[in-house]
Design a protein around this ligand. Structure first.
Ligand code: TPP
Length: 588
């Protein structure tokens, strides 16, 4: 891609004198960055001008928010740091939603923004905003860099901070004069200093002993498996723990894939739209072993009644999460994989005596009674249900695709009906619940993992928020499949209005364009599906097309996600699917 001279120039850059703009790219290159997402503008033009000298692929986004979600999807799919670039002013403020999304889900991204020249700072110059001030609460750290000499150390430190400890987004704002000035560049010398090293948190011996005793004494233990399992790459250790002591595993939304859904000890997703047996198990448990999760309100329901019989062990890298929402009996603060590796040798000898079977049998019984209500078991009645569509995508892809969801009902159905066996196979905005996330995040995932099959699953509402990124797909020639679950409503809002606001559907019906024609305008093929027999053949068409393909699934308009815990209710106070047959007869 890059001319040979550029490669030579790059090699000559080490310990050389470069412009600040060149230092940006040389530092990114040194950090192993091969792709960046971005959108140019006046205050970042020196950096864009220098790009041609470096072997880094730039993906031109259609909106800076989309660019941050791309960097985010890139990081979630690959485990590498995602990079997004934007100009000052509106370019920078457009990053806010993406930064907050990454912050709440602990995703390592680095955003680099151009800033007005340092002599204009504070003068309300054209396109000047205080982006470090604006993003302070939604970044793990941020920098305002005004000198070329500071660029390499700031970017290197940003990478270190983004990916270490509990990961998160970092923003580096660089003034235009710093980009234009010349300075010595030495990648190795710019390594973050001692004072910025993250001290490795050590687990206290006494806490380990207490945890081991609790685990061995428990009769009804449940492991709560969170996003930290993926971030710490602790899936194998978690699986060993579960199998060795026959402990069932419930998963958070972001933790899906951290423990194989097809494993006999897998319970599935917990919380607001968790299956009844998962939440019942948590409420009946005598021990919760929380691994890399933060007891989010969507997971616990009412705290006053949460897991009342259970002792709690919390294994977590961020000390701020301990006793924040749920008081725990033992806290093991540290890297999850290391903590589990410390625990496992002590749990081995007594594993054979563990009587988990009565507990597992009672959970299996709970599962059996729930399945009759499962819409998946409803025979084809001429209606198309999102659950069927998603289950068919799972079957067709053999569960091997990276699925990137938007936010709403389809997101919850995806969590229920696509069985994730692999870490990083589900990419979704959990903490911020950002509509518009899916399409750009899928672009990031595909750029990071071109060999993987990538599917977007989005609602008709959320898709419209970032649909211009179809142009990015077209320009980059990305083979991404897109499933729009079109129910004619902001579905999750409609469901809440139905259940909590007396069916007053205020502003939740939504008109959509002809999505297939829209895709066509970008040169992307597509098809509309209105009934069940067409689902699998159309999915097959998309998968074999060799290029991007959009399917609009026109599904049942007023279907609901069940079970549901109303906001603030106890975890066992579930609203169940009334009866799928009765529920749908009204519109037959
Ligand atoms: C940016 C943003 N605005 C508003 C919301 C609130 N919200 C959550 S789900 C939802 C409805 C989503 O509708 P749609 O995209 O059609 O998906 P569906 O629920 O129908 O599957 C809304 C408006 C949000 N999560 N994000």
């Amino acid at each position: 891609m890059m001319p040979i001279e550029a490669t030579n120039q790059r090699q000559a850059t080490h310990a050389a004198r470069l412009t600040g703009a060149e230092i940006v790219w040389a530092t990114l290159e040194g950090e192993g960055v091969r792709e960046v997402f971005g959108y140019p503008g006046g205050a970042i033009l020196p950096i864009y001008d220098a790009l041609r000298k470096f072997p880094i692929r730039h993906i031109l986004v259609r909106h800076e928010q989309g660019g941050t979600h791309m960097a985010d999807g890139y990081a979630r799919a690959s485990g590498r740091v995602g990079v997004m670039m934007a100009t000052s002013g509106p370019g920078a403020t457009n990053l806010v939603t993406g930064l907050a999304t990454a912050m709440l889900d602990s995703i390592p991204i680095v955003c680099i923004t151009g800033q007005v020249s340092s002599k204009f700072l504070g003068t309300d110059a054209f396109q000047e905003v205080d982006i470090t001030g604006i993003t302070l609460p939604i970044t793990k750290h941020n920098y305002l860099v005004t000198r070329a000499e500071e660029i390499a150390p700031a970017i290197r430190e940003a990478f270190l901070i983004a990916r270490s400890g509990r990961p998160g987004p970092v923003l580096v704002d660089i003034t235009k004069d710093a980009q234009q000035a010349i300075a010595d560049f030495d990648f190795d010398a710019a390594i973050p200093g001692e004072q910025r090293k993250h001290p490795m948190l050590r687990v206290e011996e006494e806490a380990v002993t207490n945890a081991v005793e609790m685990i061995l004494a428990a009769k009804r233990p449940v492991i709560l498996s969170g996003h930290g399992v993926l971030e710490a790459r602790a899936s194998d250790q978690l699986r060993t723990l579960a199998e060795r002591l026959q402990i069932p595993v419930a998963t958070t939304l972001l933790g899906l894939g951290g423990f194989p859904a097809s494993h006999e000890l897998s319970l599935g997703m917990m919380g607001m739209h968790g299956e009844s047996w998962v939440n019942e198990s948590i409420q009946q448990a005598d021990l919760l072993i929380a691994c890399g999760m933060r007891f989010d309100d969507r997971v616990t329901g009412s705290l006053a009644t949460y897991a009342p019989k259970a002792k709690k062990i919390h294994i977590e890298i961020d000390p701020a999460e301990i006793n924040k929402n749920v008081a725990v009996d033992v806290a093991l603060i540290g890297d999850l994989r290391e903590v589990l590796e410390q625990l496992l040798p002590r749990l081995a000898p007594r594993s054979a005596k563990k009587d988990g079977s009565a507990w597992l049998r009672s959970i299996r019984a709970l599962k059996g009674t729930a399945s009759v209500r499962d819409i998946q078991n409803l025979p084809d009645n001429g209606h198309l249900y999102a659950a069927h569509v998603i289950n068919d995508i799972w079957h067709a892809t053999g569960g091997k695709a990276i699925i990137v969801t938007d936010v709403g009902q389809h997101q919850m159905w995806e969590a229920q009906y696509y069985k994730h066996d692999e870490p990083r196979s589900l990419i979704t905005s959990g903490g911020l619940g950002t509509m518009g996330f899916a399409l750009p995040a899928a672009i990031g995932a595909k750029v990071a993992c071109p060999e993987k099959e990538v599917w977007v699953i989005a609602g008709d509402g959320g898709f419209q928020m970032t649909s211009p990124e179809l142009a990015t797909i077209a320009q980059e020639g990305l083979d991404i499949n897109i499933a729009i679950i079109n129910n004619g409503f902001l579905g999750m809002v409609r469901q809440w209005q139905q259940l909590i606001y007396d069916g007053n559907y205020a502003c939740s019906p939504i008109l959509s364009p002809d999505f297939v024609k829209l895709a066509g305008a970008f040169g992307i093929d597509g098809a509309t599906v209105t009934n069940r027999p067409e689902v699998l053949p159309t999915i097959a068409r998309a998968r074999t097309s060799g290029r991007a393909f959009l399917i609009e699934f026109q599904v049942e308009k007023e279907d609901g996600v069940y079970p549901m815990i109303a906001p603030g209710a106890a975890l066992h106070e579930m609203i169940r699917r009334p009866d799928p047959l009765i529920e749908t007869t009204s519109d037959v």
